[in-house]
Design a protein around this ligand. Structure first.
Ligand code: ATP
Ligand code: MG
Length: 341
């Protein structure tokens, strides 16, 4: 074999080598993609309505919240609370909210501001109100942060993240459409997280949605919240609680004895969305005695000619149809799923 032939032979081998290497590389990535797809498929099939998927939402969910592990919770609370003790340099600036429940104050220490809500503590079968036990376990950008609580006799004070724009209800009148849509999207993100932790809020309304200076929505007030996952199992709830115009038929109407947790909050999200977009409420009570609600159930076309409804386009009405579905088992729990099991 001449020198030239050896040279050509070697060159061919190098080219074939590179080609094979490239093929193996491509094969590897194709197999990897296949596994990824299979994994996604399996995740899609095994997820339930407890973890609704609103699309593009970062998943902050971990295990369901719990009522049992409060030894460590109390210890953690005690440690954090040392920093927020009223005696240690905090001064009262003004009252942020007031009502039958008690008061919410704005407190300041140098440049730091917090809100302090003081309420009469209702003892439960676990010895203390579950509001703080539930709220302290929440950690999501769209859920108001509870730093710690302090209990003195039957008064409990919550030290909370401060939201300088206050609640949505108080600036609803001059709310722009783009902010309304952004607030609604954030509300759904927060609600998705709360449900993934096995908690139902049961009092979602603009008064309980606070806004920071950067227009970040924070779900607040866990006073009526409860567990719908207990010991890993979904339970039905019975208490007829909430704010009347935001309550779904299955909670409001007496012939329903027990109800599923998440659909209740999704209904309230529907009422909130209508209110954010039209500055009105769709009806006073989700009951057939209510004229507007009766029209919603029996004559939607007629209702769409009324003030508020006629301002909404077809896409927004479709969204409302999914959220304000009278049958809780048909109601949407995420963009793609209904609450049926
Ligand atoms: P209600 O029964 O009227 O709903 P409540 O016991 O539920 O009262 P909250 O909803 O927690 O109490 O607070 C009442 C009001 O105080 C809110 O609607 C809001 O205007 C104000 N407020 C509460 N917490 C904060 C906060 N962290 N930052 C700013 N304002 C707040
Ligand atoms: Mg409230």
């Amino acid at each position: 074999m001449s020198h030239v032939e050896i040279y050509v032979h070697d060159q061919t081998r190098v080219v074939v080598g590179i080609y094979c290497f490239k093929m193996i590389f491509q094969l590897f990535f194709a197999v990897r993609r296949c596994f990824q797809e299979m994994k996604n498929c399996r995740r899609e099939n095994t997820s339930t309505s407890r973890e609704p998927d609103f699309g593009g939402t970062e998943n902050f969910a971990s295990s369901p919240a719990t009522l049992t592990d409060y030894e460590s919770l109390l210890k953690k609370n005690e440690d954090t609370c040392k920093r927020y003790k009223f005696a240690s340099g905090w001064t009262k600036v003004r009252v942020l909210g007031e009502g039958g429940f008690g008061k919410v104050f704005l407190l300041r220490k140098k440049k730091t501001k917090i809100a302090r809500k003081c309420v009469l503590s209702q003892p439960t079968e676990y010895g203390f109100s579950s509001e703080k036990i539930i709220h302290i376990q929440m950690s999501h950008p769209n859920v108001l942060k509870l730093y710690c609580w302090e209990q003195k006799a039957n008064i409990v004070c919550f030290n909370l993240e401060y939201c300088s724009r206050g609640d949505i209800a108080s600036h609803l009148i001059d709310l722009e459409e783009k902010d309304a849509k952004s607030y609604f999207k954030q509300l759904l993100d927060g609600v998705t997280y709360i449900h993934a932790r096995g908690i139902v809020h049961r009092d979602l309304k603009p008064e309980n949605l606070l806004v920071t200076k950067d227009k970040v929505v924070k779900i607040s007030d866990f006073g009526l919240a409860d567990f719908f996952i207990v010991n890993g199992k979904e339970i039905r709830l019975t208490e007829k609680v909430g704010t009347e115009s935001y309550m779904p038929p299955e909670v409001l109407q007496s012939h329903w004895k027990r109800y599923q947790g998440p659909p209740v909050d999704l209904w309230a999200c529907g009422i909130i969305f209508f209110k954010l977009m039209t500055k009105r409420k769709p009806w006073s009570r989700a009951d057939l005695d209510d004229k507007e609600y009766k029209m919603w159930v029996e004559n939607r076309k007629g209702l769409y000619k009324k003030d508020g409804w006629k301002e909404l386009n077809k896409a927004l009405r479709t969204l409302l149809k999914l959220l304000l579905e009278p049958n809780p088992t048909q109601r949407i729990c995420g963009w793609r799923r209904v609450c049926r099991h």
